[in-house]
Design a binder for this molecule. Structure first.
Ligand SMILES: Nc1ncnc2c1ncn2[C@@H]1O[C@H](COP(=O)(O)OP(=O)(O)O)[C@@H](O)[C@H]1O
Ligand SMILES: O=C(O)[C@@H](O)C(=O)COP(=O)(O)O
Length: 422
């Protein structure tokens, strides 16, 4: 058995890099695995994050993949397990947040776990069990129009309830404000899935102190940031070593399949300085559109700023989904962007920014990457990641980053920030 201390299972790829970034901020080197590792005990490190693509899979498939990932982490000796899902609680009515949490509890013989999606730095706050995005309740935020997981309620217990067998409960804000002992006390009296309120980072610090010894924590990435220092203090883990990051190759491209309000703004901003090609799922379904996109890409200068995007307004997404179905519309775009990523690599492009969690999963898999090292953060929760062979990837959650994100990302590499990263 090797020395893994912390093992995370992330339901999508942007979520995995987000969590890895938070742990890196806390000073620990993280190994990010793309998909379930094969064999691998000899390469296991202290902090392992496994990126799966199971956010919108059928429940049974998602549970089976998460269980297999858990068993691999357990075989490496992991003593803390983290089930990483989206800070906007992206899930369908059936799952997969609840069913995976339940399966992990059963595997681990637990009757209590906590759910903490709050990420105040990115505007996700939980108050009295209700999730806010900026100043809007989740179901009034742009998440109500997500192509795959439209969120139509903000109350986390109401969202979780139908997804789980065990009971749900909550630690409300006044208890969190009352401090660590009050939170511990509340948790001792609860069972099942307990939703934790957190409005500011100070609340996350309180919660982390109260829950750092729990074997299973579920939620967004922000609650992970204060944990390594507490584990170190409690003597639960040693000081992991550090190794230098690989360097990034040349050339650049942005591939965007996210349709979030923030990505739409980012694409609009980037098109002012970059060459752009728009993919339309209805055209892709007809057959020739991908060939045209590939020809367009082949004619571009690898070094010049460029973007291929399917990013569209809710009305146009709805029209495509009505004709093709939600799954097919999404898959056509994901497959096309995956093929274009392979083409970009073949042209010698080594710096790729991908917008969208599902999209990132499709692209990263297409590039045959099995491990990523975590570099500097471009924006909160979005680090540059480095694969072997000179490939640098930034996997941007739809909602994250400033409007200038795509330019910010390449400027960061141009200015050599990667070489100074932890
Ligand atoms: N124009 C479009 N019409 C329909 N679906 C689209 C369109 N553009 C992208 N999609 C799909 O929407 C989904 C966006 O999800 P994702 O990549 O996870 O983005 P986010 O990070 O914003 O959630 C993907 O499956 C993508 O293929
Ligand atoms: O927690 C978050 O918000 C992100 O880490 C995340 O999961 C992003 O998912 P997408 O918005 O689908 O990229």
């Amino acid at each position: 058995m090797s020395n893994t201390f912390f093992g995370a299972i992330a339901d999508d790829f942007t979520g995995a890099t987000d969590l890895a970034a938070m742990l890196s901020r806390a000073g620990v080197p993280v190994t990010l695995r793309i998909g379930l590792p094969e064999g691998g005990g000899d390469t296991a490190t202290a902090f392992e994050v496994i990126a799966l693509k199971i956010r919108t899979n059928p429940v049974d498939d998602a549970v089976a993949e998460a269980r297999a990932a858990y068993r691999w982490l357990k075989a490496q000796g992991a003593r803390r397990i983290f089930w990483k899902y989206c800070s906007t609680f992206d899930s369908t009515q059936r799952g997969n947040i609840g069913p995976v949490a339940e399966a992990l509890m059963t595997e681990m013989g637990l009757d209590l776990t906590v759910h903490c999606p709050a990420f105040p730095e990115n505007g996700r706050r939980v108050f009295m069990g209700n999730l806010f995005v900026g100043d809007q309740p989740l179901h009034e935020s742009p998440m109500k129009d997500h192509p795959l997981t439209p969120m139509r309620d903000a109350n986390l217990q109401r969202l979780l309830g139908p997804q789980v067998q065990r009971q749900t409960g909550a630690v409300p804000y006044p208890t969190v404000r009352a401090g660590v002992a009050a939170v511990r006390d509340a948790l001792e009296r609860l069972q099942g899935h307990v939703v934790l309120d957190a409005v500011e980072d100070a609340d996350l610090a309180t919660l982390a102190q109260a829950i750092h010894d729990m074997p299973l924590i579920c939620g967004g990435s922000a609650i992970a940031q204060p944990l390594p220092a507490l584990w170190r203090e409690a003597g639960a883990m040693g000081s992991p070593g550090n190794t230098p990051l690989p360097t990034a190759g040349g050339g650049q491209i942005v591939l965007s399949g996210s349709c979030s309000a923030m990505t739409r703004a980012q694409v609009g901003t980037y098109l002012k300085v970059a060459a752009g090609y728009r993919l339309d799922p209805l055209e892709l379904a007809k057959g020739d559109a991908l060939k045209d996109a590939r020809a367009w890409l082949a004619a571009q200068d690898p070094a010049a700023p460029k973007i291929v995007f399917a990013t569209a307004e809710p009305k146009s997404i709805a029209a495509a989904q009505e004709k093709l179905g939600v799954g097919r519309a999404g898959a056509l775009v994901e497959d096309a962007l995956a093929q274009l990523a392979r083409d970009a690599r073949a042209m010698g492009i080594g710096r790729i920014v991908v917008a969208g969690g599902e999209t990132s999963g499709a692209v990263t898999r297409a590039l045959d990457v099995d491990r990523l090292r975590i570099g500097p953060e471009i924006a909160p929760g979005v680090p540059w990641c480095f694969a072997d062979g000179g490939l640098a990837l930034a996997l941007k959650s739809g909602n994250f980053g400033a409007e200038s994100f795509f330019t910010d990302a390449f400027e960061m590499l141009d200015h050599g920030a990667a070489s100074s990263a932890a």
